[in-house]
Design a protein around this ligand. Structure first.
Ligand code: ARG
Length: 261
């Protein structure tokens, strides 16, 4: 090897060594801290609270906008996991998700297993019958009839109290509505705003709601009993969104009117 070549290779090695050494140093620009992820479970077949946008495949709805706004307020990135409604509380108990938002009614029984945020939506149960039905007008008329409900819901609990009624339980609310349309049941007992949305979407030709709402219920965001810190943070974020007008904006977007005071 010529002297020149040796000198050159020494130089190359030197440069390489410096370059490599540089890699180990912390001279790299600091990466921005990744926002923490909030794993949220929801049964995303309950419009207008949670459902999948057919085109974008995104989960949308009142609950979805609300939980995203809450996440933003807490500096967390919300990741929604779709699951069966009756799997939400077990998933929280097992620690598979951090929170559940799913138009879930705050009940004493559920509150034994999970923590609930402050109420964020006032709801209630109503009954849906086929549009051409003129005999079923009140819950009393459902005695001895066939009723479709979603498994694990307050609607299922209430329907089971109706005398001599045959209860058909479905995994999702849309399946219960389909059964009504097909004539397999006489009525569906389910959350009023969801019933109204379904009827409006179908242009009122398939079904209608009748009678007075059966119950008054409040929806809450569920968290694990073990994570009281998260429950507090969610409540704080909710307060903040109510103060800064964001909650009202989301409410108006989905229900076309201002939230009741
Ligand atoms: N509010 C009712 C309940 O808590 C029904 C909720 C069903 N929610 C859903 N996303 N499917 O039992």
């Amino acid at each position: 090897m010529s002297k020149k070549l040796i000198a050159l290779s020494v130089l190359v090695m030197f440069v390489l060594a410096i370059g490599l050494a540089g890699c180990g140093q912390s001279a790299k620009p600091a990466e921005p801290a990744k926002p923490k992820v909030l794993k949220v479970g929801s049964d995303t077949a309950f419009a207008p609270f949670e459902f999948q946008d057919e085109k974008t495949k995104e989960y949308v709805g009142f609950d979805m906008d609300l939980i995203k706004a809450i996440g933003k307020q807490m500096g967390m990135e919300v990741q929604v996991q779709s699951m069966n409604f009756d799997g939400l509380i077990p998933a929280l108990e097992a620690g598979n998700i951090d929170a559940g938002i799913s138009a879930m009614t705050i009940t004493d029984e559920r509150a034994k297993k999970v923590n609930f945020s402050k109420p964020y939506y006032r709801s209630g149960l109503s009954m849906v019958v086929r549009a051409d039905n003129n005999t079923l007008k009140t819950f009393k008329d459902l005695e001895g009839k066939r009723i479709a409900v979603q498994i694990g819901t307050t609607g299922a609990d209430e329907a089971k109290k109706i005398k001599d009624a045959t209860i058909r339980e479905f995994n999702t609310a849309p399946e219960a509505f389909m059964e009504l349309k097909a004539g397999g049941v006489d009525a569906v007992v389910n959350d009023l705003p969801v019933n109204e949305y379904y009827i409006a979407q179908a242009g009122g030709k398939d079904a209608k709601t009748v009678g007075e709402p059966l119950t008054s219920e409040d929806y809450g965001i569920a968290t694990s009993k073990k994570n009281t810190e998260l429950a507090d943070k969610i409540n704080k974020a909710l307060d903040e969104l109510k103060k800064n007008g964001e909650y009202e904006k989301i409410y108006v977007k989905w229900f076309g009117k201002k939230p009741p005071q």
